[in-house]
Design a protein around this ligand. Structure first.
Ligand code: 4AD
Ligand code: MG
Length: 498
C-alpha cells in the first residue's frame, strides 16, 4: 500500500492506494475519481481502454465516500492537485457508501457541526487538522531543543488557578473537585524541581460567552522557568512563536493554500521583532486621534468597497442570462464570494461605530475587550506584546512591578489581523508574605494553597511562565475566523456532541 503524499517517489511506477472517493465525474469512456487516503487527495483516471469492462462498470457505481483500493501507474501532472495522477489498471470496491450527507454544495455551519464526525473528512477541515498537528509537533521540538522537559499537570484539581467563576465542578468521591483551568500552579512546583518545564494538556473553562475565541475545553501549553524575569519570559514567547511560524510555513504551505491563507503577515512576524508596548501606552494609543482616524478611514474604505462590489454584482447578474455554461459557473462562484464579502462588510460597518465609542471612552484600569484588541493589533504587522497590566484585572499569583505597585508584571501576546490574545503570562510573585496577602485579597482559601505557598518557603526564586492557547494559535495561523474549526471535536457553550 502506498500513501498519496509519497507519490513523488513512485513516478511511472505501479502502486496501490487505499482510500475513499472524494468526488467522481464520469463521461462515456472515463471516470475521474478524486481519491483521498488521509495523507492527501489524488485524481485517479479509470479509462475504459485500460481496465476490464467489469472494473469500468464497477467504478461507475461508486458514490461519494465509498471505500476502495485502486491500482495504477503514477504520472506527473502539474495541473493536478498534489502534482500526480494515477492511471488505473484495477480497482476493488470495499464498500459503496450510502448517500453522503455532506455534498459539494454549501451547507450551514450548524448542519456541519452536527456532522462534525464526517465534516472532518472535508478538504479544508483536513488541512486545518494537518496544520494543528504540525504546530503541536513544532511546540514539542522547540521546547525540547531549548532544554525544557514536558511534565503533566493533573486534570482534577482541588483549587482554582484563574478565578472561580469559570470552574467546572465535579464530584470526587463526595469531595468537590474541579477540572483544571491551567496547569500553571503545578508547573511552578515542577520548575522548582527541573528548572525549565512545559505542560501540554487539556484545560477547561465554564465560559458562558459565545464568541469566536472561546471553547469550554481547549489545549494549553504552559512553560514555566526558574530564574526568568518578565523580559526573559517575553523573549522566550517571541522566539517560540517565530519558530512555530517558520516550521509551519516550511512544511505546510500546501495545506495553507487549501485554506486560502494569505501568509504575508505570518512571514513578516518571522522576520521582524514583535512590537512590545506597556498597557498604559496601549490605552493612550486606543484613545488617540490616530486610532479614531484609522477607524473612520476604515469605515469609508468599506463603504466604497461595498458600492463597488454591488455594482459588479448587478453587472454579472445581467450577464448571467446569456452567458455560456462555463461562464455561468464562474459567475455563480463570484456571486457567492460577493455575498460573503458583503456580509463581512456589513458586519464591519455595524461594528466600527461601536468600536470607536468603546476605544474613545476606554478607562485606564479596565481589561481590554475583544474589539479593543482588534483595534490595537490592526495597526501592526507583527504580534503585539502588551505588558504591565493593572494588577486588579489580573490573577493573584502575578508579581507586582517594583516601579509601580498598581501594575502586574504580566504580558499578553495579541495576534495580528484581529485574532486576539493567544498568550497570557507573567513573572510570578515569589515572596511568601506578598503572596499570602494576594490570596486573602482575592478571597481565596489559604488552606488549599498551602502547598503552593511552600514553593515560597523552601528556596524561592524569581520565576516566570506563560500559557499559549493552542486553538487560538491554530485559528490565527490557518486564518480561521472561529475556533470551532481548529480542534477535532469542539466543546463550547451549546455543543457537547458529537
Ligand atoms: O490568559 P490565560 O487565562 O492564562 C493562564 O491560564 C495562565 N495560567 C497561563 C500561564 O501563565 N501559565 O490563558 C492562556 C491562553 C490565552 O491567551 C488563550 O490563548 C487561551 O489560553 N484561552 C482560551 N482558548 C480558548 N478558549 C478559551 N475559553 C480560552 N481561555 C484562554
Ligand atoms: Mg489571558
Amino acid at each position: 500500500m502506498t500513501y498519496i503524499n509519497q507519490l513523488s517517489q513512485f513516478e511511472d511506477q505501479e502502486v496501490t492506494l487505499k482510500g475513499w472517493v472524494y468526488n467522481i465525474r464520469s463521461s462515456k469512456a472515463i471516470h475521474f475519481l478524486e481519491v483521498r487516503d488521509g495523507s492527501g487527495i489524488c485524481q485517479c483516471i479509470v479509462s475504459a481502454d485500460d481496465v476490464t469492462t467489469e472494473v469500468f462498470d464497477a467504478a461507475g457505481t461508486l458514490k461519494q465516500e465509498s471505500s476502495l483500493e485502486i491500482t495504477g501507474k503514477v504520472l506527473k501532472d502539474d495541473r493536478s492537485i498534489g502534482g500526480y495522477e494515477l492511471h488505473a489498471s484495477d480497482l476493488k470496491i470495499i464498500q459503496i457508501a450510502e448517500n453522503y450527507p455532506i455534498t459539494p454544495k454549501d451547507h450551514g455551519v450548524e448542519f456541519l457541526m452536527e456532522n462534525r464526525h464526517l465534516w472532518l473528512r472535508s478538504r479544508r477541515q483536513w488541512a486545518a487538522m494537518q496544520v494543528r498537528n504540525a504546530i503541536q509537533f513544532s511546540i514539542h521540538k522547540f521546547f525540547q531543543e531549548e532544554g525544557f522537559i514536558q511534565m503533566d499537570a493533573p486534570i482534577f484539581t482541588g483549587n482554582a488557578a484563574e478565578g472561580t467563576t469559570t470552574l467546572f465542578e465535579t464530584d470526587y468521591f463526595d469531595e468537590k473537585a474541579y477540572l483544571t483551568q491551567s496547569g500553571q500552579l503545578y508547573g511552578e512546583a515542577m520548575a522548582m524541581a527541573h528548572g525549565k518545564i512545559y505542560t501540554f494538556g487539556p484545560t477547561f473553562r465554564a465560559e458562558k460567552s459565545k464568541t469566536r475565541r472561546h471553547l469550554t475545553e481547549f489545549w494549553m501549553i504552559e512553560p514555566e522557568m526558574a530564574f526568568y524575569d518578565l523580559d526573559m519570559n517575553m523573549d522566550l514567547a517571541e522566539k517560540m512563536l517565530k519558530y512555530i511560524l517558520k516550521d509551519v510555513l516550511d512544511h505546510k504551505k500546501p495545506e495553507l493554500e487549501i485554506l486560502e491563507r494569505d501568509t504575508s503577515l505570518l512571514e513578516k512576524a518571522i522576520d521582524n521583532p514583535f512590537v512590545r508596548m506597556s498597557y498604559t501606552d496601549a490605552v493612550d494609543q486606543l484613545k488617540s486621534e490616530k486610532t479614531a482616524e484609522m477607524l473612520s478611514k476604515m469605515e469609508s474604505d468599506r463603504r466604497e468597497e461595498l458600492n463597488q462590489i454591488q455594482n459588479e454584482l448587478e453587472e454579472i447578474k445581467k450577464e448571467h442570462g446569456s452567458a455560456k455554461k462555463w461562464r455561468k459557473t464562474q459567475i455563480d462562484q463570484r456571486i457567492k464570494e460577493i455575498h460573503a464579502r458583503v456580509d463581512q462588510i456589513e458586519e464591519d460597518l455595524r461594528n466600527i461605530p461601536v468600536w470607536m465609542e468603546s476605544a474613545k471612552n476606554f478607562r485606564w484600569g479596565n481589561d481590554f475587550g475583544g474589539s479593543d484588541e482588534t483595534i490595537l493589533t490592526m495597526q501592526y504587522e507583527t504580534p503585539l506584546m502588551i505588558h504591565r497590566y493593572p494588577a486588579e484585572v489580573k490573577a493573584f499569583y502575578m508579581k507586582r512591578d517594583p516601579e509601580d505597585e498598581k501594575l502586574a508584571l504580566a504580558v499578553d501576546v495579541l495576534a495580528p489581523e484581529g485574532y486576539g490574545e493567544i498568550i497570557g503570562g507573567s513573572q510570578r510573585e515569589d515572596d511568601l508574605s506578598e503572596l499570602q496577602k494576594r490570596i486573602a485579597e482575592h478571597d481565596l482559601p489559604e488552606e488549599v494553597f498551602s502547598w503552593f505557598l511552600d514553593l515560597r518557603r523552601y528556596g524561592t526564586v524569581p520565576h516566570s511562565g506563560y500559557g499559549l492557547g493552542l486553538e487560538r494559535t491554530v485559528s490565527w495561523i490557518c486564518g480561521l475566523s472561529h475556533v470551532r474549526e481548529t480542534i477535532p471535536f469542539p466543546r463550547m457553550l451549546g455543543r457537547l456532541r458529537p
